[in-house]
Design a protein around this ligand. Sequence first.
Ligand SMILES: [Zn+2]
Ligand SMILES: [Zn+2]
Length: 272
Amino acid sequence: MEKKSSEPARPRIPPAAEGVQVNFCRNPACAQSGIPAGESTGRGQGTPKDRYVVVGAGRGALCLKCSGCGEYPPLKSNQGIAAERARLGAYLAAFTEPACPTEGCAQATVGISAGSPHYRRYGTSRAGSQRYRCSACGKTFSGGSATVGRKQSHKNRLIFQLLMNKSPLRHVCEVAGIAPGSLYPKVDFLHRQCLAFAGHRERRLQAGFAVPRLYIGVDRQEYVVNWTRRTNLPPLNVLESPPLDRKESKEPTDVRGLGPLRPSLSASRPAM
Ligand SMILES: [Zn+2]
Ligand SMILES: [Zn+2]
C-alpha cells in the first residue's frame, strides 16, 4: 500500500510507554548498555549521531545495531511490555475490604478489619457469610468470605498440599475424593488466594514499611512447567530463588546457610 503523505511519520523506535523504554543495547559488558536509542538519527540537525542504527532483521522485523559492541538487540514494543507488567502486577492493586455501604457515613472508608468499636458482628447471612453492624449509622451489611458458598472447602488444604507436592491431578481427585469437574475451579480458587496472600505481603513493601532489622533467607525451587510450543515437547524447568523474611517464614536463617544481614544493609528500606 502506498504511504499517504497525510499519515504521521512512523517513529524511529517504539515510543516509551508508562516509563518503559527497553530499546537499548542489552550487552552488560557494553558501555552503551541501558542507554536507549534516540528518537531521531541525529543526522543533519547539528546534534551528535545516534549510538544505534535501525536495521532490518528479516520478515519485516527491525533491530538496532549497537555502535559500541556490534550487537543487534531486537526492537520491542514498550506498550506491550507495560501491559504485561500491569497484568502480572494486578495482584498488587489496592485491596478493598468490605466497609459500611452507607453513602456519606463516617466509616464508609473504614474496613471491617478495624473491628471494634467501628463494627460489631451481627449474625450470618443465609449463604453463611458474616454480617456486620456499623456503629456509626447502624446499618448492617454482609462481610463476604472467600470460602462462603463453596462446597467441600474443608478439602482445600489437602488439595493445596497435594498440588504443591507434584501429585498428578488424577491422584489429587482420588485422594481428596472429588470429581475432576470440581478440581479445576478449586485450582483457580487456590490461585486467587495465593495472589491475595502475596499481594497482602508485598503491598507493605511498596508502602515502604520501617524495618528495624531484616533477616532474609533465600530458597531455590525448581518448577517443571508444560512445553512452550507444540514443536518443543520436553517439559521446561524454571528456577526461582524467592527471598523470604525469616520472621514471616518462621525458618531459622542458619538452615539456609545465611548469616544475618549487616545493620547498614538491613536498616535501609527495601527498594521496590
Ligand atoms: Zn552494545
Ligand atoms: Zn455506617
